[in-house]
Write a protein that binds this ligand. Structure first.
Ligand SMILES: [Zn+2]
Length: 84
């Protein structure tokens, strides 16, 4: 099974969480090994998560797709909503 960039983007937050099933994680890992775009997104996402955890204002780097942007916002809003 081969996964595409857009699938990797869906998995990135779970990948960073360590909550992906091992076989899915392996697929993502394999894709990241040869895809510079997704590796860059992974790095940026990791930085964003760090910034978010730190309660600071952040901006997504130029080049992020709108879809990924929305996805990340949804993830972050989920986390923020927990503390109501
Ligand atoms: Zn990719």
């Amino acid at each position: 099974m081969v996964i595409e960039c857009k699938h990797v983007w869906d998995y990135i937050s779970d990948y960073l969480d360590g909550s992906l099933p091992p076989e899915t994680r392996a697929l993502v890992q394999k894709h990241l090994d040869h895809c510079e775009i997704c590796s860059a997104i992974l790095d940026s996402t990791r930085n964003i998560l760090v910034l978010t955890a730190d309660d600071r204002v952040f901006e997504l780097p130029v080049g992020f797709s709108d879809r990924l942007h929305q996805r990340l916002n949804a993830e972050m809003n989920k986390g923020v909503g927990d503390s109501s």
